[in-house]
Design a protein around this ligand. Structure first.
Ligand SMILES: [Zn+2]
Length: 412
């Protein structure tokens, strides 16, 4: 039998192969067997997905999933599989000292593929009580490089946060040390841009292939100048091959910045959630919810899929194997409806926009196995319960929508 499952009649969008048409997709075991206008096999199970959109499994390049070991971490496995996400990349919750625990307690038991940037802060992102790089002694480039060399399949790079609340008086020195670690390990850096550190200065240090996250943040030192134009330094960085990741989060997606940038033609390269305890309920919810905001801002669906499959795979050097429906690739697939109606979306500052479209997950295939949102409801409820517990413990009540002037703690 050449095909075991045939997904019949979906609108298939796979930017890695330039596919944007009605196709059949077949799976054998845990790999993609074929993508073609029509696939016939009398022995295969036929799954009718006519009217749906079928894409490679989505990759969330920026989330925080070290639940239980950090205040930010959510238990994300069920939520990912319920929302089309087959690969989730933790943006540096572990540092070198606690990476081994992350692998043992998060990566290994998860059905979702879990990867992690290793924070240049040896302790990672434990809590928001103080900036992890206010004390420069927290950085250890040699040990960071050493763990990445030990687990290269799990660790696509080095993370550093560069806002005044994270680095204090240290300006761009943490980034310099993160780049030193990345050079030793022959990998990339993901840098969180934030208020209080000059963005042009930060971009000037980056190398082609390095990633800037929170590209539509509106807190200050963002991508727009005082007159609202995208900075020349931002275009120059893009021309040099720097990658711009969205990283929505609880504080890093401002509708004004995003809309102005999109209007000027400056699109993110990657759409990601920055899901964590404080962004989960409001305003982020999921990667399809985040992507729906961009869809309603006018990005075509194939661009949305490019930014959630091919581009993040490419950003972590995995485009050969991930974010694609190429035959022989692992059978990671997402199936969505695009609902039409009236929907309200909220940015990280409490600003709301209404939209007529919503990307709604139907089911996910991870490693050849199908997962339906309804079957994962209990797991998601547990994710919610545990996030409420941590929010309550750390003084952020459940359901609170932060306004622009709400007191901020130091969030990832
Ligand atoms: Zn983050």
């Amino acid at each position: 039998m050449a095909h075991e499952l045939i997904f019949r009649g979906a609108h298939v969008v796979d930017p890695s192969q330039g596919i944007d048409s009605i196709c059949d997709v077949s799976v054998k075991g845990n790999v993609i067997a074929a993508v073609a206008p029509s696939i016939e096999d009398n022995e295969a199970e036929i799954i009718d997905v006519a009217g749906k959109f079928l894409t490679p499994g989505w990759i969330d390049l920026h989330a925080h999933v070290y639940a239980g070991a950090t205040t930010f971490g959510i238990k994300a496995d069920g939520l990912c599989l319920a929302t089309g996400v087959t690969t989730v990349v933790d943006a540096g919750s572990p540092g070198w000292t606690n990476l081994r625990g992350f692998i043992e307690f998060i990566v290994e038991p998860s059905r979702t593929r879990v990867l992690s940037f290793v924070h240049i802060s040896s302790i990672g992102l434990l809590n928001s009580m103080r900036g992890e790089m206010e004390d420069i002694k927290n950085a250890d480039p040699e040990m960071t490089a050493r763990v990445i060399a030990m687990w290269p399949e799990i660790c696509p790079g080095v993370k550093v946060r560069q806002g005044i609340k994270q680095v204090g008086e240290n300006d761009t020195e943490p980034l310099r040390l993160a780049i030193a670690a990345a050079e030793m390990a022959d990998t990339r850096v993901m840098v969180h841009m934030d208020q209080g550190v000059s963005l042009p200065k930060l971009l000037g240090l980056l190398r082609p292939g390095d990633i800037v996250t929170h590209c539509y943040q509106g807190k200050g030192d963002h991508i727009l100048d005082a007159s609202g134009q995208v900075l020349d330094a931002v275009y120059e960085a893009r021309d040099r091959g720097i990658i711009f990741d969205l990283g929505h989060g609880a504080g890093s997606f401002h509708y004004d910045v995003a809309q102005e940038a999109v209007k000027q033609g400056f699109l993110s390269d990657v759409i990601s959630t920055d899901l964590h305890v404080y962004s989960l309920f409001d305003p982020v919810y999921s990667l399809p919810e985040t992507a729906s905001k961009l869809l309603n801002m006018g990005l075509p669906f194939d661009e949305i899929v490019r930014q959630t499959t091919l581009n993040p795979a490419d950003a972590i050097g995995r485009a050969e194997h991930l974010g694609t429906l190429r035959p022989g690739s692992v059978a990671d697939i997402a199936v969505f409806d695009i609902l039409e109606g009236s929907f309200v979306y909220t940015d990280s500052h409490g600003n709301q926009e209404s939209g007529s479209l919503k990307i709604e997950p139907v089911f996910t295939v991870r490693d050849g196995k199908r997962y339906f949102p309804d079957e994962l409801r209990e797991e998601i409820e547990e994710t919610t319960r545990r996030a409420i517990e941590m929010k309550t413990l750390t003084g952020m009540p459940y359901g609170r929508v932060r306004g622009a002037n709400a007191p901020t703690v130091n969030r990832p």
